[in-house]
Design a protein around this ligand. Sequence first.
Ligand code: KG4
Ligand code: ZN
Length: 335
Amino acid sequence: MTTILAIESSCDDTSAAVLRDDHVLSNVIASQKVHEQYGGVVPELASRAHQQNIIPVVDAALRRAGVERDGLDAVGFTRGPGLLGSLLVGVSFAKSFATALGIPLVEVNHLQAHVLSHFIDNGGPRPQFPFICLLVSGGHTQILLLRDYFDIVQLGTTIDDAAGEAIDKAAKIMDLGYPGGPVIDRLAREGNPDAFRFATPHIAGYDFSFSGIKTSFLYFLRDRLAEDPQFIEKNKADLCASIQRTIVGFLIKKTERAALDLGVRQLAIAGGVSANSLLRSELQRVCAKHRWQAFIPPFEYCTDNAAMVGIAAHFKYMKGELADLALPPYTRGTR
Ligand code: KG4
Ligand code: ZN
């Protein structure tokens, strides 16, 4: 039995979790409200907020888990990718904390953590290898083939914006606040997804592109607003439902294609956008149609959280893959 403290600070959520093997004892997340007024994450403000949050968040995670510091076996942390100033806070804290306690460190890749959140024990079935995971967040959009926990093949990726970024930008154009994903999801429920059509680009293979969708949404609104300045206000729900349908349809179509081509019968989603209600129901629909199995994470493990870092750290710790104190954070890619 291993008890791991996990730290996540790659973007604008400061999070700490305690896991006993694959079971989450606590998962504390401090989201940073300071970015809302700027319509996006301001890196300098994010790292300052992490500095303020990290100690109270870790303290709360240990207390909620009922675990003393000397009951910990290792400290897992997100090493990258992410914002450097944000990562540095979590990485430095993890290193100092582990050193003070004389326990090992385990470094975790943020994207792998999102995907491996499917192996957190929540009483339900877990995917079997191989399975396909659509990883959709504010920074990434990838179709991945998982052959083992850390044997992950990237089948496709976005060639420009991430899906979450496109949703957030559409929300910004409509002045819905930041992050716009949850607002669009909520407003779309009262709207007609067929009200407006936005073309999706033809991109080869399993890759995506979202910048064209965003631009056509922007130009469409500019033209309509010229005729009627109240256009957005009058059609908000229909606009949200239509743009959401366009983006989710594109994501699902490519993921379904990949599963058909590879003969894989299990599909999972992960990352912040996997909290989207249409994406969740569309995955269920496609899987029911083909008699595939769908894996959808609980909401608390969709957006950034340390529990997913903890499960990834758990598997690495079990393999004896410990991190060196000298390891610096990285902002891009995987390693
Ligand atoms: O994984 P995440 O928390 O952070 C990154 O690693 O990027 O993902 C954040 C993204 C944002 O773009 C946010 O708008 C989107 O996830 N998001 C949603 C929903 N909840 C969060 N997008 C659509 N519908 C939602 N319900
Ligand atoms: Zn993330």
